[in-house]
Design a protein around this ligand. Structure first.
Ligand SMILES: [Zn+2]
Length: 412
């Protein structure tokens, strides 16, 4: 199979349209996709997953506004080093506000909203929040080059001694998420500054941050490659690269060590000695942007998502109109358990046609006259297995257990 054919078969734009996950409209604008109910269900499951693993890893979630004063980005350095990628400022009552190009400055300002003691560190602040990039060109109609981005971001404010452990823990979260989501990393990259003026200048700071990330990567046992010219303007980073079916690479996840913004925002904590000390900021994104992650998941699974992510998890298939009430009862029980289930009744075609139409749904539950009488359902799994009829509550329990465990196995 040629690259082009693979590309054609699994391109996330084509599947997104066919499966009615997302779309774009010239009236809304290029690079501004909307999410249809099935796409929103996948995105919601993914966001809940991220919040769940972050909570368990000691992160606390916040919300911050999508706008900020231009002055804040002058302080952070975005205005000087990143302005070309930002939307133009809006004049508002004698001030200028901009759509934020990152969440970091808001979080830095929130950290310093009151005095912090060393016992509060590491302080792990997380947010799944929107940010904006003024992409001038790009592939329209997709999720990979967008102007409005939902970022899975977090900032760990910590002491210098805690940086290694926090960065290693973040890398661990990324690797675990990839296993849960069925994503394979193509490459781990240590992204370093290149030539040109797009980086803040403080050679000592860059060397220290680079040494710390190198240590984390060496200790992880992962193979990685250094790449010049790929750092953030404020510091070096570990980038986790993924490849699409055509082999094109992009960065999905990142861990960054930053001495610059704590300095610029004059962040501090009170140490055991009673004096003020400067914390370090570790920036990290487990799945990067939700748009890019979903695009990658669509392609990696060719639309056949693991049960916990699937837009529709179970479809109830009554053989004739007689079994519609029994099928509706199954759908109701699924909904009660938080599962996404739907009815495909006989008006939508023969049983065979309805099964084919639901081929990407993990569980297809057939209910014929015999099953209806005994409150049974006969599951057909997406992979072709047919475990045999079982009582409706038991089927619902099994499907709910698989979804809750986020397993890739359809039948335990
Ligand atoms: Zn950040």
């Amino acid at each position: 199979m040629t690259d082009q054919m693979t590309d054609h078969l699994t391109d996330h734009r084509r599947l997104g349209r066919e499966l009615e996950l997302f779309g774009t409209d010239p009236l809304i604008g290029a690079g501004l996709p909307y999410w249809l109910p099935d796409g929103a269900a996948v995105r919601h499951s993914l966001e809940e997953y991220v919040r769940d693993v972050e909570r368990k890893a000691g992160y606390r979630h916040v919300y911050s506004p999508v706008l900020g004063k231009r002055e804040m980005y002058e302080i952070s350095g975005h205005w000087a080093h990143y302005r070309d990628d930002m939307f133009p400022p809006m004049d508002l009552g004698g001030e200028q506000v901009v759509l934020r190009p990152s969440l970091c400055p808001h979080h830095a300002v929130m950290f310093r909203s009151r005095a912090r003691g060393y016992r509060e560190l590491p302080y792990r602040m997380a947010e799944l929040g929107p940010m904006y990039r003024a992409e001038l060109s790009g592939v329209l109609g997709g999720l990979t080059r967008v102007r409005a981005i939902q970022l899975n971001d977090a900032h760990v404010f910590c002491t210098l001694d805690q940086v290694g452990e926090e960065a290693a823990a973040a890398l661990g979260l990324i690797r675990r998420a990839y296993a849960d989501l069925g994503i394979e990393a193509a490459r781990f990259r240590l992204s370093l500054p290149g030539g040109g003026g797009k980086y803040v200048a403080d050679p000592g700071m860059w060397r220290r941050a680079e040494a710390m990330l190198t240590e984390v990567l060496d200790a992880s046992g992962l193979e990685y490659e250094p790449a010049e010219g790929e750092a953030a303007f404020y510091g070096p980073k570990i980038d986790v690269q993924v490849a699409d079916p055509a082999g094109r690479e992009s960065t999905l996840s990142t861990v960054q060590v930053d001495f610059h913004q704590p300095e610029r925002f004059d962040l501090s904590y009170i140490g055991p000695d009673g004096a003020r000390h400067r914390p370090v900021m570790v920036h990290r994104a487990i799945i990067g942007s939700v748009e890019r992650a979903v695009a990658h998941l669509i392609e990696a699974h060719a639309g056949a998502f693991p049960a916990w992510l699937a837009p529709l998890q179970l479809v109830a298939l009554p053989v004739t109109d007689q079994e519609v009430p029994a099928a509706l009862e199954l759908v109701r029980r699924c909904a009660e358990r938080g599962l996404r289930a739907d009815l495909a009744d006989p008006s939508r075609g023969t049983l065979g046609a309805r099964i084919r139409e639901a081929r990407l749904v993990p569980y297809q539950a057939v209910i014929g006259p015999r099953e209806a009488v005994d409150s049974l359902a006969a599951p057909r799994l997406r992979d072709g297995r047919r475990p045999g009829a079982l009582p409706v509550p038991e089927l619902v329990d099994r499907v709910a257990a698989v979804a809750a465990s986020r397993s890739h196995e359809l039948w335990a």
